[in-house]
Design a protein around this ligand. Sequence first.
Ligand SMILES: [Zn+2]
Length: 163
Amino acid sequence: MDGIVNNYENNIDYNMNNEVNIEDDMNYKSDPTSTRCQECGRKNNEYYCQPCNSVHFRNNFAYWTSGDSNLDKLIQNSQINADGSWKLIEWIEYSNLENIELIAHGGFGSVYKAIWKDGPIENWNFNKSEWRRENKTEVAVKKFRNVTHVSSDFLNEVNATVP
Ligand SMILES: [Zn+2]
């Protein structure tokens, strides 16, 4: 939980918006017939090896938490099952956002834009043994008013953003 602001509900919202951003990032295209995973030799789905990457994600489960076990489980499942980078959800620490600017207040709360410093995962960098990322990416951030816990409605909403 390092670097997370005290206001628990804000973290959930940051996370959710990054998910939305990932979902919107559907333009990533490559030739799936031309590549093989450097780790296991299987043909890739658009440079993304689901069996290998699910292991990389699992190995990192102990090193992050949203603070809510149901939300963690949802994020973990998306990471294990994703067969493309646009299908996975990540938990983003507040410290990984910068240039946060208010866009509008609404009935539910407020909308901001921000830069996600690391940006979303593209695929696994075999030589460096780390995720290859898009780097600085603009994301929308929603901050909900009067949220005190992760509701099942919220979990359903997040789940619905997973393709
Ligand atoms: Zn592989």
